[in-house]
Ligand binder design. Sequence first.
Ligand SMILES: [Zn+2]
Length: 210
Amino acid sequence: MFIGHAAVALAAKPLAPRANLGVALAATFWLDLVWPVLLLAGIERVEIAPGNTAFTPLDFVHYPWTHSLVAALAWSALFGLACWKLGRRAAFVMGLVVLSHWALDALSHRPDLPLWPGSGAMVGLGLWNSVAATLIIESAMFAAGIAVWLKYSGKVSLAFRVLVVFFVLAYLGAAFGPLPPNAEAVAWSAIALWLLPLWGWWIDRRRGSS
Ligand SMILES: [Zn+2]
């Protein structure tokens, strides 16, 4: 899932007004932000395997430290603690946003998410087996997230529009674009996701709420 994760960050704003959108985007993508770092370090592994599911050619061979349920719970707790100075409410909501990533991945992926590092029990409901269902559900989530954000923030800045266009183009590129040449290219394009929290931070600061 991609824009579905973004939707969670946008929708979290009214629940945790003190958390900047950049923090919320870092939370919702946190597991996918750490993942490419561990890929490049050789600790986790992804392979290009067209047909793995209908939606993605990626085979998530080994990613227990970012995408097992227990790891996700630990990252959620750590992220929540790191947000403690924003207040208990924002810290709690941001921790849940981190955990939402695992839940949404469990909805999308085929059973490849381990329950804990070393566990043979794999979870995944396989929404990605249908391109149409994936596009419909994720687009609806994204639209709802944008609606919540707009209602809360009251105005649409150019920087926000650019963020939305970026998400849509990147999503369509992932869904219908060419195959990535190799796993390293996948890792580096995921590293680029680190720009999203910075961009979100800038949008929210300009809005004058942080
Ligand atoms: Zn993920």
